[in-house]
Design a protein around this ligand. Structure first.
Ligand code: ME8
Length: 660
């Protein structure tokens, strides 16, 4: 019987659906994914939950603004959030929506338990409420602004069910003492302890002023307060009332930003204690990614989006930067400049370069088969020692969520391998028996270090480490390698290297930044969709033109499109845009830059000199951040829409000739 693996359950916050994910949300989710992969490597059966927080007055208002029912609004948003996590390679094992039936039942059940245990009573509450943060601000006066988000508070009075939070002050303080690692990092723990020591007021956990929420059974119009609702999603995702069957509760780790630590370390354990349910083992509150020292927010217009980064530099580059650049727990500034610098130095010149030069030397000297090592010299054993120390250091740091330090250790080993190659100079050795033996040892040693580094970096760089693994021709999947695979000496030899592939092509900084900014701009301010019907027929003086039949356009509409014969002068691929080619095209009067979605079907070199039909009066636009000034005409063939360029086979037509 297969041995049962220990279980590990971690969560990200259940994100609000009144906006779409930016790099801040992506950060928490990437960290969760890296921990998930790391824990799997350490032999755990892991469940990672994320999801969407779909109730509350904000959603009610956003749906109203969009002119659609709340249920439709949140369904669309949930699809968009889930799709982005899938696209970024960080899919949830459990994606929980607070409108899921499994969740509704769990919230109602938790309330029932708290009530049965005497922790819930009915009362009235008047207070200053921030509708953006969904929280009463106890110390605020009418007319004040919210101390967290700065927006105006509203005075609200309502009949509520109250939760006896005050009664849990001592149990909470005892709990923090008994489990000193429950709140991390340490600085946050001290903040929370002093907050709780300062006294806890009872908390209203139902609302009658809000319609869009989970109903309190038999107590309509009461709906649950969004935090009583949202926090419970962690439990709903792994079985709710039947949590014992799945065996993933209590959670091992709730990852959150520092903005919501109080909800997670005071309210949440209090609700669970009142219901006599197990309390999570740890809440880790990381810092914020800032833009020019401000918290990102869409309303301030200072958000960084994940997609442009991934399109330009790849998923792993984004992950590496997020985990390497800031100390986990502290705030950090986001800058494209720092991102591209790290990409070029650590990924392109570091891991990418070590992998490609090692493979190239094995190719050249050993026909692409990984050689067996010959006799060792002390410097070879030196690299083995570096590898062993790096394994210890990197794992220890990762275990403590010191991701930057862990990566630093791994990159230290990469630098040691570079230095080893520089001093051993395998390329300077000849073909005698002894020199070939020496080359074999050097390349084996380097490849073995690379193998270990690849396994260690896998939780952070899943995509590119899988490529290096294939490049090294190693058996199985890198994601399946566990701890004992990190021992020195396990490199499979005699195996053929896999196909070389560009891991991290170097990018030119200014251009890369411009393109990421342009892509973000396109995503934040999408061009209005073209009208679904044919444009209205242009009136001519005296109304002479006859209205065209439905679905047809008149000749004067067609005449608006200016098409000319162009000749392709240059053609190149675009890093981060697999489908696009960047062309320069001579259209007779000028040379234009035009992007064409033909990269998967046309080799750039073969296009040079070719004459094509070009729409020349199309407004310029950016595609994947690259300016495109015109459009090349092509037929769209077959179900997959394979492009076939329109051309002029009969005659060598003049460049710039108009198509009519
Ligand atoms: O608070 N830097 O949802 P939310 C780092 N629905 N992390 C950031 C960030 C930034 N600039 N901005 C956002 C909610 N985050 C509630 C949670 S949980 C039961 C309910 C991340 O959509 C960070 O994890 O406002 C933060 O705590 C979370 O997104 C807030 O997400």
């Amino acid at each position: 019987m297969p041995e049962e693996r220990p279980k590990y359950y971690l969560t990200t916050p259940i994100y609000y659906t009144n906006g779409l994910p930016h790099i801040g949300h992506t950060y928490t989710t990437v960290v969760a994914d890296a921990i998930r992969r790391y824990k799997r490597m350490r032999g755990y059966e892991v469940v990672m939950t994320t999801g969407t927080d779909e109730h509350g007055i904000n959603v009610e208002r956003a749906a109203q603004k969009a002119g659609i029912p709340e249920s439709e609004f949140v369904a669309k948003m949930a699809v968009a959030w889930k799709a982005l996590w899938d696209e970024l390679g960080i899919p949830a094992d459990e994606f929980v929506r607070t409108t899921d039936l499994r969740h509704v039942r769990t919230v109602q059940w938790l309330f029932k338990l708290c009530k049965e245990n005497g922790y819930v009573y009915k009362g009235h509450y008047t207070g200053q409420y921030c509708i953006y943060d969904n929280a009463f601000v106890s110390e605020a006066k009418p007319g004040d602004n919210c101390p967290d988000c700065g927006r105006p508070l509203e005075t609200i009075t309502e009949e509520n069910y109250f939760f006896k939070l005050s009664a849990l002050q001592k149990p909470l303080l005892d709990f923090y003492k008994k489990y000193p690692n429950f709140i991390q990092p340490e600085t946050r723990k001290n903040e929370i302890i002093s907050f709780v020591e300062g006294g806890l007021k009872d908390l209203s956990i139902t609302r009658t002023t809000v319609r869009w929420g989970i109903p309190v059974p038999g107590e309509e119009p009461h709906v649950f307060y969004v935090w009583f609702d949202a926090l419970t999603a962690y439990l709903s995702a792994v079985g709710g009332p039947e949590y014992e069957k799945r065996g993933f509760w209590p959670a091992d780790l709730h990852l959150v930003g520092k903005d919501i630590i109080r909800f997670h370390t005071v309210y949440w354990p209090a609700f669970l204690m009142a219901a006599t349910l197990p309390v999570p083992k740890q809440v880790w509150a990381h810092g914020w990614f800032l833009m020019d020292a401000n918290k990102m927010s869409k309303s301030k217009g200072n958000v960084i989006l994940p997609r442009p980064i991934v399109n330009m530099l790849g998923m792993d580059a984004m992950r590496y930067f997020l985990l390497r650049e800031v100390v986990f727990g502290q705030d950090g500034n986001f800058s494209y400049d720092a991102l591209v610098t790290r990409y070029n130095s650590d990924l392109a010149n570091g891991l990418g370069n070590l992998a490609s030069r090692t493979a190239a030397m094995i190719e050249k000297n050993f026909g692409g088969k990984i050689p067996k090592s010959g006799a060792h010299l002390p410097q070879d054993d030196g690299l083995a020692t570096v590898a062993a120390e790096t394994v210890g250091e990197a794992l220890e740091r990762f275990e403590k969520f010191e991701f930057a330090r862990s990566l630093e250790a791994i990159w230290g080993a990469i630098a040691a391998a570079d230095k080893y190659l520089t001093s051993e100079q395998p390329w300077a050795l000849g073909d005698s028996e002894a020199e070939t033996q020496r080359k074999a040892t050097i390349l084996w040693t380097t490849a073995e270090l690379l193998r270990i580094v690849t396994v260690l970096a896998h939780p952070v760089l899943p995509e590119s480490t899988a490529k290096v693994w294939t490049l090294l021709g190693q058996p199985g999947k890198v994601s399946a390698v566990e701890l004992d695979g990190l021992r020195w000496g396990q490199l499979a030899t005699g195996v053929q290297l896999g196909k070389a592939q560009a891991l991290f092509p170097r990018v030119e900084k200014t251009e890369a930044i411009e393109r990421m900014e342009a892509m973000a701009n396109e995503e934040l301010n999408p061009a209005p969709a073209p009208p679904a019907t044919a444009p209205a027929h242009a009136a001519t003086p005296g109304g002479a033109a006859a209205a065209p039949a439905a679905g047809k356009i008149g000749i004067e509409d067609f005449a608006k499109v200016e098409m000319r014969v162009g000749q392709i002068k240059t053609a190149e691929r675009i890093v981060g845009a697999d489908k696009l080619l960047k062309l320069t095209v001579d259209i007779g009067t000028e040379i234009r830059q035009i992007c064409a979605g033909i990269a998967q079907y046309y080799e750039p070199e073969k296009l040079i000199g070719r004459k094509v039909a070009v729409v020349v009066n199309l407004a310029p636009r950016k595609l994947r951040g690259v300016e495109s000034n015109g459009m090349i005409v092509a037929a769209s063939v077959g179900p997959e829409g394979r492009p076939v360029l329109a051309g002029f086979p009969e005659e060598d037509v003049e460049i710039g000739a108009r198509l009519k």
